[in-house]
Design a protein around this ligand. Structure first.
Ligand code: NAI
Ligand SMILES: O=C(O)C(=O)[C@@H](O)CO
Length: 299
């Protein structure tokens, strides 16, 4: 099978939009799909061959379909729902799932795709919207080695680092799930620390400066705390994404009868934030569960 050249990407949100634009920049014939017409218009303006709500009318002309929708249910609906695209893809076509979902879900999707003679790479992503836009994501992927040869240009366009975890579907999702344990705990810990600083009347920008030049720093602290300092909770990744992701982490551990005390506490913090109405805000809004403190307001 030759290298992919015509690529459809479903889910033009925080991550998918930057990824689709990276594919366009790299010279791929790129088609983008999203239920949000504004996102489709933005991608058309950026040079997409076509953009619209559904990949179905274009399925037969695609070499690869990349999915960057939110969760397993959305992936299943795009592929196998009422207007599911899977049946219309050419046999042998490649599906690349970048959405974060449980390994068990990815394996179930793989089974159904195999029955239709379709190939799958399990390819969760990390790096946030900025790295997606720059084509510099980390990808933790699994699948047959020959599929990575076919998709080499695709991954070169979207990723700075491609980690091939192994040949089995589910290995990529498992690594991403374990990564999300850390990502979620680090955001929750960053919020808790900044809330305590506010309670102690330490200037928050000074606290940020100290931590980012000391041993308590983390990628998430450095990336998310500026949203708190700016009082800007425009979602680059939402609270509800971490309700989902830490839920996947805990479900996976539960099946292994494995205790995760820190992930459990962090999940409760994101659940509390969502329950208070902050689910669609940036995940840094988990800081809003702390009461009796003053946080910066948006400009
Ligand atoms: N935002 C982030 O920093 C990161 C997110 N992720 C993961 O990447 C995936 C995407 O996340 P985001 O881009 O943040 O989500 P998002 O909510 O910003 O974007 C998802 C997009 O999918 C579209 N969509 C949903 N169902 C659809 C359908 N049936 N057909 C067409 N479009 C549909 C939505 O309209 C939306 O524009 C998630 O699995 C997330 O966990 C991974 C790494 C970083
Ligand atoms: O991995 C990242 O990058 C993330 O920020 C996320 O997975 C959060 O959605």
């Amino acid at each position: 099978m030759s290298a992919v050249s015509r690529i459809g990407l479903v889910g033009l949100g925080s991550m998918g939009m930057g990824m689709a634009k990276s594919l366009i920049r790299a010279g791929f014939d790129t088609l983008g799909f999203d239920l949000n017409p504004d996102a489709c218009a933005a991608l058309s303006e950026a040079g997409a061959v076509a953009a619209g709500p559904s990949a179905l009318p274009y399925a037969a002309e695609l070499d690869a379909l990349v999915l960057v929708v939110v969760n397993g249910a959305q992936v299943e609906s795009v592929l196998f729902g009422e207007h599911g695209v899977a049946k219309a893809l050419r046999p042998g076509s490649l599906v690349v799932i970048c959405s974060t979902m449980a390994a068990s879900q990815t394996k179930a999707v793989h089974q159904r795709l195999s029955e239709l003679n379709l190939e799958l790479i399990d390819a969760p992503i990390s790096g946030g919207a900025i790295k997606a836009a720059d084509g510099k994501l980390s990808v933790m992927a699994s699948g047959k080695p020959e599929l990575f040869e076919r998709a080499k240009g695709l991954f070169d366009a979207i990723a700075e680092r491609l980690y091939v975890i192994g040949p089995d579907i589910g290995q990529g999702s498992t690594v991403k799930t374990i990564h999300q344990l850390l990502a979620g705990v680090h955001i929750a810990a960053a919020a808790e620390a900044m809330a305590m600083a506010a309670k102690a009347d330490i200037p928050l920008d000074l606290m940020f400066d100290v931590v980012t030049h000391s041993a308590g720093n983390s990628w998430m602290f450095e990336n998310r705390v500026p949203h708190i300092l700016d009082g800007d909770y425009t979602p680059r990744s939402s609270v509800d994404i971490f309700v989902k992701d830490l839920g996947l982490v805990l479900d996976t551990a539960h099946q292994m009868k494995f205790p995760l005390p820190l992930a459990s506490a962090a999940h409760q913090m994101f659940l509390a934030a969502s329950n208070e109405g902050f689910g669609r805000e940036d995940d840094a809004a988990v800081v809003k569960i702390f009461k009796g403190i003053e946080l910066p307001e948006g400009k």
